[in-house]
Design a protein around this ligand. Structure first.
Ligand SMILES: Nc1nc2c(c(=O)[nH]1)N=C([C@H](O)[C@H](O)COP(=O)(O)OP(=O)(O)OP(=O)(O)O)CN2
Ligand SMILES: [Zn+2]
Length: 125
């Protein structure tokens, strides 16, 4: 089994509603995002999937979040869902699953770093 992973980032602001502490205040992060695809069949070039194909799809999706106030976006806003690293990872997983063409491969997991020492991972059960 091979895993091919690509990293990208977006910059955005957020706040955590009902959090007892400084994270309830508006603040910003550079969120680093790692996306991993897995499968066992390589193509004639010896690739599971071309890094550049994955990067293009990721960039399109991360551009939706870049330089935004995450709390104001429709995905987080109306129901008052907190844009935590966990829920950003879940949202991105769903988006990447929808937009990546993954014949004989699957999206393994999405990791969202809020800081170099703090991250969340979403993968399907
Ligand atoms: N499980 C989660 N816990 C926290 C999240 C999260 O998304 N998932 N988010 C936050 C805040 O957004 C906060 O910005 C990060 O918290 P923290 O690491 O405490 O803050 P600092 O980056 O300033 O770290 P210091 O070590 O205090 O410098 C909180 N928790
Ligand atoms: Zn934060």
């Amino acid at each position: 089994m091979f895993q091919v992973c690509v990293q990208a980032h977006f910059d955005a602001a957020h706040f955590i509603r009902n959090y007892k502490g400084k994270c309830s205040n508006l603040h910003g992060h550079r969120w680093n995002v790692v996306v991993c695809i897995e499968g066992s069949k390589l193509d004639h070039l010896g690739m599971l999937v071309d890094f550049s194909e994955v990067k293009q799809v990721i960039k399109k999706t991360l551009d939706l979040l870049d330089h935004s106030l995450l709390n104001d976006l429709p995905i987080f806003g109306p129901e008052g869902i907190n844009p935590t690293a966990e829920l950003i990872a879940h949202f991105l997983f769903k988006e990447f699953k929808r937009s990546l063409v993954l014949e004989e491969k699957r999206l393994a997991w999405v990791k969202v770093f809020e800081a170099p020492d703090a991250w969340a991972v979403y993968k399907e059960d």
